[in-house]
Write a protein that binds this ligand. Structure first.
Ligand SMILES: [Cu+2]
Length: 231
């Protein structure tokens, strides 16, 4: 399981965007996508496609062009606790929606169940461990507060495929890519940063970026295993 880790909060505390007067700010934008590795040569005896055989016919392969839920965020620079804010992940048709939710630390997440069947919401992640028990539709859904940085995997104890991921990030400068794989992070105080592109299924990527007050900084990412160390 890939984990997202950040250093201790307090030593890294900077007053990013917290001065009294308006801070000159810019925008970071670009694309983020993932690329399939070069496939090895066909391994059948005569170069035939082994996936045609009954044994492998139903093995699902990653369609890199259809991956979604990419997140791009500025690393490291931790702001003082932001204003209390809430976000929501619903349980609908036995699916958590959204599947990936980036939040700034200090956010409270609501967990409404919109189905007529029981669901359960629990996490056994190091960053957050909780169990909200079993419940159907309720007037006031249970909530959880996320005060620690990191990746939190959340499951339902009843349904196999109910899984979602909360990325608890150190500052509000993050964005999810849209259907066209474009992301936009606005109102970033001018400065030098490292930004990370993340996807749950492929290795992330970090790039250095300088944000100026005069316009838009373009940073594109193509994720894949190509950059990982080889034996
Ligand atoms: Cu469930």
């Amino acid at each position: 399981m890939i984990s997202v880790r950040y250093g201790p909060l307090l030593p890294a505390l900077v007053l990013l965007g917290l001065t009294c007067r308006p801070v000159p700010a810019g925008t970071i934008t670009g694309t983020v996508s993932a690329k399939a590795p070069e496939p090895p040569a066909p391994d059948g005896p005569s170069g035939s496609d082994p996936y045609a055989s009954r044994r492998y016919k139903f093995v699902e392969r990653i369609d890199y062009d259809k991956l979604t839920d990419f997140v791009v965020n500025i690393e490291g620079s931790v702001v003082a606790p932001p204003k209390p804010t809430t976000a929501t992940i619903v349980q609908r048709d036995a699916t958590f929606s959204p599947h990936v939710l980036p939040i700034v630390y200090g956010t409270t997440v609501r967990w409404p169940n919109e189905d007529d069947i029981y669901h359960n919401v629990f996490s056994m992640t190091d960053a957050e461990t909780f169990d909200l028990g079993f419940y159907k539709k309720t007037a006031e859904p249970p909530t959880t507060y996320f005060g620690k940085l990191g990746r939190v995997d959340v499951f339902c104890a009843i349904h196999t495929n109910m899984h979602c991921i909360i990325l608890v990030l150190p500052n509000p400068y993050f964005a999810m890519a849209d259907a066209k794989r474009r992301y936009v992070i606005k109102d970033v105080p001018a400065g030098s940063y490292r930004i990370r592109a993340w996807h749950e299924r492929v290795p992330g990527q970090v790039k250095d970026v300088v944000v100026t007050t005069t316009g838009v900084t373009q940073v594109d990412f193509t994720l894949g295993v190509a950059e990982l160390p080889k034996p």
